[in-house]
Design a protein around this ligand. Structure first.
Ligand SMILES: [Zn+2]
Length: 124
């Protein structure tokens, strides 16, 4: 399988996700690929309840965004690893080749179309 185009798309997305993650939070260097929201350590000097409420709301929003980005970042990184190890384009559940049109839409896909709905249950 020629993975050149997929690799290019994945690398572009990897760079883009890194930028987005960096703007939302800080990279936790102790765990590779695990990002911690900058809002998780709010610097509230005074006990201003409205401010705390605002920050909590912001934290929830940020954490949600981070989760989505983190998952995507891991999937993209995993797909790039698979290109290196030669397992790219193989369904993680049935080992069948993932359909080309599925990979075209999502080169980080981990499953074939048959197992599309099982992808969310896969371990990180
Ligand atoms: Zn499958």
């Amino acid at each position: 399988m020629d993975t050149t185009a997929y690799q290019r798309a994945l690398l572009r997305e990897h760079t883009e996700l890194e930028k987005q993650l960096a703007s939302l939070g800080a990279l936790d260097h102790t765990v590779v690929g695990d990002w911690v929201s900058a809002a998780e350590t709010p610097l509230v000097a005074e006990a201003d309840e409205n401010l705390v409420a605002d920050q909590t709301e912001e934290l929830i929003t940020r954490t949600g965004e981070l989760d989505v980005l983190e998952t995507r970042f891991r999937d993209v990184a995993r797909a790039l690893d698979k290109i290196t190890t030669g397992t790219f384009g193989t369904c993680e559940l049935c080992q069948a080749a993932i359909e080309a049109d599925r990979l075209a839409v999502n080169p980080a896909a981990r499953t074939c179309k048959l197992h599309l709905n099982d992808e969310v249950d896969l371990a990180l």
